[in-house]
Ligand binder design. Sequence first.
Ligand code: ADP
Length: 352
Amino acid sequence: MNLSSRTIAILIALLVAGVLTTYARIGPTLPFREAFLAAGVTVAACFLLVYLSFEALIFREINGIYAGLEHIKRKEFKKLSSKFLFRPEPVKRVRDEILLMAERRQQELDELVRLQALRREFLADVSHELKTPLFAAQGFVHTILDNEDGDIDAPTRRKFLTKAAASLDTLDALVQDLVTIAQLEKGVVRMRRQRFDLVALVREIFELLEQQAARRGTTLELFPPNLPAELPVVADRNRIRQVLVNLVDNAIKYGRDNGRVVVALIEGSRGVRIAVRDDGTGIAPEHQNRIFERFYRIDKSRSRESGGSGLGLAISKHIVEAHKSTIKVKSTVGEGTTLEFKLSKPKGAAGS
Ligand code: ADP
C-alpha cells in the first residue's frame, strides 16, 4: 500500500482527534456541539502538525538527497548542500553514505577513463615505435631482393644488410624493454638482493660506455676522488647495473660535447646516495616529472635519432622503486641534470 505523507497525517489526526473527543465527551460530558467543534479543531491541528513534521523531517530531506544525486549525475560535487532543517540522524547518515559512495564511484570511473586513455596512448606509441625499425629493415631487405638486374654491387648489398640488421637489433631491444616493463608493472619480477661493491660496478659501466663517451669527447668521473676501495650495498646487482647504464648513457647522450659526466657515491649512515650528473642542456621543470613516463621524450626527433627506446627511465623508476627507493631529478636549463636514488648498505657495514 502506498501512503503519502498527507494520507498518513490525516489517519493519525483522525485517530488522535477520535480518542481525545471520545474522552472529552465521556469524561467531563461535553455537549455534542462543543465536542464536534473540539474534534474538528483537533483533527486540523494534528493534521498540520503531523503533515508538516513528515514533510520537514523526512520527505524534504529525501528530496534533498535526490537533489544531491542530481548534482552527482552532473558531477557538481561542490554544489552539494549539507543543509538540514532538523538534522534527523538516520536520514543524515543515509544521505552522507549515498553521497560518499557516489563520490567514490565517480572517482573510480574517472580513474578508469584516465587508464583507458593511457592504454590507448600506449598502444599507439608501441605500434609507432615498432613500425619505425621494422619498416627500415623491410625496406633494405626488399631492395636487395628486388634487385634482379644485379645493379647493386656486393659492398652496397652488405651495407644494406648491415643497416637492416641494426634496425632489427633496435626492434629486439625495444621488444625486450617492453617485456621488462610489462613484467615490472605486473610485479612478477623479483629483485635478487645481494651484497656487492658499488665502486666496482660503476667502474665496469664506465668501461662499457668508454667508447661512446669518447666519441662525444665526454669524460667519465667518479666522485669523491678519495672513495674507499670498496662501497658495499645490498640490491639486485643486474637490475641496478641496468639503471646505471641507462643513467650514464643518457648523461652522455644528452650532455654537451666535450662535457663531464660524474657519478657521485655519497655514503650516509644507512645507505649510499648515487647521483649521475651531466653538464648538458638540462630539463625544463614542466618535463621533469614526465621523463619517467613510457615513451616520453622531450625532443622527439633527437632522442629517437640517438637510438633510445624511450623506455629507459620508466624501467629505471620501476627498478629503483622495487628497491624501496625513489629516483629524483634535479635539473637547471643550460646547466645540466642530476638523477639520483639511494641504496641500502649491508647491516653492520660501517657508515660515515
Ligand atoms: P630515451 O631512450 O629517449 O633516452 P629515456 O626513458 O632514457 O628514453 O629518457 C626519456 C627522455 O628524458 C629522453 O628522451 C630525454 O628527452 C630526457 N632525458 C633523459 N635523461 C636526460 C638528461 N640527462 N638530460 C636531458 N634530458 C634527459
